[in-house]
Design a protein around this ligand. Structure first.
Ligand code: UD1
Length: 418
């Protein structure tokens, strides 16, 4: 178990180079099995979720190696189409091999997804998409077996917007015969990045970033070409450091932040009193005047306020004057971090999917990370609190944040090395 000890009460000041996007790169790793040629992902974050996806590629017969910050993959030989449970249950994004393996080999066996425990997280939309594109799908207790001898393009309307199901459908549709029109798609930037990456591999796709994406399949020629691609900056990691800066009234320069994808969090930052300037991919954020809570914040699909930053705002909200009511609309069980924050003196009320946070006198405490972003929120509260905090299970945090304690130390956090 990874444990962070944090001495709070210090402003975070300095420069953070924003890491490559976790949620953009994980589908790209799943997409690497769509080609026999080498794929290079430059600026790939060195985080455990990436290592776990890479391990799955190796288990299927591919080779994966690092050259400095570039992840290289060669899937010339894909010998298996089984993703074993010991690997698949480490993270949710393993589910994306369902679409790419079906496209590459015509079959896929998937022993169940893992990932953060933030709600039920069913896979019905993924399975339905595979079926509509011509796969036979059998599911039992989370294990999915799918077979597709002649996948064919189709028109598919998602009953609910899902980032992962949109990505999975695109991955499979690339190997199907003819055009596939996907309607009511997720518009998240990570979907756009996956489509751009696939286009760099030779796929024909239009409409990414809108609710209607069209994929022109390979007409029987299933394989794409290799490519070299730069992973975009991580909007959630950038938002995390921005809100940690707010919680500690710091002054941060975030270089490589994908500012065009951060509208909702930047607008919230301004409302609480944060001031920022932006210069070609660099955000300079001054939190000295951060003071007032935003009365109502609700998480929504993109371009709304992201669910992944809900707990980070919650941590900051406890340092602000006034009350914040936060409504979690995307995942039904993403409020457990609030109970840990209460141990640090947080004045929080939880009622269904609503949370109310008030200005609190935060003190150090022993707390346990409940999920990746929730763990980062505990770190943020510990940075803002008086005294020492011990945060357990921070391996969950390291699933998504590269060199997290080191990055925080570089901007002034007191996190003694064990
Ligand atoms: C992705 C992100 C995650 C982010 C989330 C929402 C990755 C690796 N993860 O997760 O960080 O918080 O988008 O922006 O990119 N749903 C169903 N049936 C399904 C699939 C989803 O009902 O088959 C529901 C989910 O339970 C949830 C909602 O749809 O309530 C949205 O989930 P989805 O967009 O699929 O999230 P993920 O792709 O899992």
């Amino acid at each position: 178990m990874v444990v962070y000890q944090i001495l709070g009460g210090r402003r975070l000041c300095g420069t953070v180079t924003v890491q490559g996007s976790k949620n953009a790169v994980l589908p790209m790793i799943a997409a690497a099995v769509l080609t026999k040629e080498e794929v290079v992902l430059e600026g790939c974050p060195k985080i455990s979720d990436v290592e776990d996806m890479a391990e799955i590629v190796r288990s299927l017969g591919g080779t994966v190696w690092w050259e400095r910050n570039a992840l290289h993959m060669n899937c010339e030989k894909i010998e298996k189409s089984r993703v074993e449970g010991a690997l698949s249950k480490r993270l949710r994004a393993s589910l994306l091999f369902l679409g790419s393996l079906l496209a590459r080999t015509g079959e896929a066996y998937f022993a169940g997804a893992g990932g953060c425990r933030i709600g039920k997280r069913p896979t019905d939309l993924h399975q339905r998409a595979m079926e509509l594109l011509g796969a036979e799908v059998f599911e039992e207790d989370g294990t999915i077996r799918a077979k597709a001898d002649h996948p064919k393009g189709a028109v598919l309307c998602f009953p609910k917007k899902s980032v992962g199901a949109t990505e999975n459908a695109v991955l499979f549709a690339v190997g199907a015969e003819g055009a596939t029109r996907l309607e009511h798609c997720a518009r998240e930037p990570e979907v756009v990045h996956l489509c751009r990456f696939l286009k760099a591999m030779g796929a024909e796709i239009t409409g990414e970033g809108t609710e209607q994406i069209t994929v022109y399949g390979r007409q029987g020629k299933r394989l794409l070409s290799g490519c070299r691609y730069r992973v975009p900056g991580d909007r959630i990691a950038a938002g995390t450091y921005l809100l940690m800066g707010a919680a500690t009234r710091g002054h941060l320069t975030l270089s490589g932040a994908p500012l065009d994808e951060m509208g909702a969090v930047l607008s919230l930052y301004q409302k609480i009193g944060g001031q920022y300037t932006r210069k070609s991919g660099t955000l300079v954020a001054d939190s000295k005047n951060v003071q007032h809570a935003v009365p109502y914040v609700e998480t929504e699909k993109y371009p709304g306020f992201p669910t992944d930053l809900q707990s980070l705002y919650l941590a900051a909200a406890m340092t602000l004057e006034g009350k914040s009511c936060i409504c979690e609309n995307v995942f039904e069980d993403r409020l457990r971090t609030a109970e840990e924050l209460q141990k640090m003196g947080g004045t929080l009320q939880i009622c269904g999917k609503w949370l109310t946070a008030e200005k609190s006198r935060l003190h150090g405490a022993e707390v346990v990370s409940q999920d990746l972003r929730g763990g980062a929120a505990l770190v943020s509260a510990a940075l803002a609190a008086e005294g020492f905090s011990t945060i357990r299970q921070t391996e969950l945090v390291e699933r998504g944040y590269e060199r997290h304690p080191e990055t925080l130390r570089d901007i002034g956090a007191k996190i003694p090395v064990e």
